[in-house]
Design a protein around this ligand. Structure first.
Ligand code: SAH
Length: 215
């Protein structure tokens, strides 16, 4: 239920969707999902006025909520259908998670920083988002107990493609991951039924690093 406070964000959110469309996002379901997620609840109150600008914002612990364009771009490449099992590495604020759940994903999400994950679990609860599983763990390991996944999305910069993750894909499963040290190339890797992998490369982005271990 929207209250007056939230109503003031409806127009900025509609405008953001239009900006993303002009920047080249074409998938109507992705645009509609972004049009439904209240991004102002994924940032601290002092930053709410910037929540619908197309830029990343700090979420504490030196991390950021991804830029809406980046979220839309990765989500479009991921090609999620309702009911698919999706693994996300790098829960952060939970904004990308919410977009995936709006698309009907059964979401499994992993975050290495406990304090961020705890905040985000409460946020999901308040907003009525129900991920299948949230884990405080090192995403380099994936979630072997829950594998295989139809889709895997990594929202932090991997220095190279983590092979552990690729092993947790279904046949025809897809991974979208930014790969590189200083800046990253967005890659999509598709597992073929014969267990080979096809790699596609897209545009350049800048992400916070994917780090090892938990905190
Ligand atoms: N999807 C998030 C983006 C957050 S930034 C959002 O929409 O807000 C990337 C996140 O990845 C950070 O929270 C960071 O702590 C986390 N991260 C980095 N390395 C990780 C790893 N090995 N395992 C799990 N999470 C990781």
């Amino acid at each position: 239920m929207l209250n007056n406070d939230d109503l003031i964000y409806v127009k900025p959110r509609t405008d953001l969707v239009e900006i993303l469309r002009r920047k080249g996002i074409t998938d109507r379901r992705v645009l509609e999902a972004i049009g439904r997620v209240p991004r102002h609840f994924f940032v601290e109150p002092a930053l709410r006025m910037y929540a619908y600008e197309d830029r990343p914002l700090p979420i504490g612990e030196g991390q950021t909520i991804s830029q809406p364009f980046t979220v839309a771009y990765q989500t479009q490449l991921l090609d999620v259908k309702p009911g698919m099992k999706v693994l996300e590495i790098g829960t952060g604020s939970g904004y990308q998670s919410a977009v995936l759940m709006e698309l009907g994903a059964k979401l499994y999400t992993v975050e290495r920083i406990r304090s961020l994950l705890e905040e985000t679990r409460k946020r999901f609860e308040r907003l009525g988002y129900r991920p299948e599983f949230t884990a405080h763990a090192d995403g380099y390991e994936g979630l072997p107990h829950f594998a295989p996944f139809d889709r895997i999305i990594v929202t932090a910069a991997a220095p190279e493609i983590p092979v552990n993750l690729l092993r947790q894909l279904t046949a025809n499963g897809k991974t979208v991951i930014p790969v590189g040290k200083n800046t990253q190339i967005m890659m999509r890797i598709i597992r073929q039924p014969d267990n080979t992998f096809v790699k596609e490369v897209f545009d350049r982005f800048t992400f916070v690093p994917m780090l090892r271990g938990k905190k």
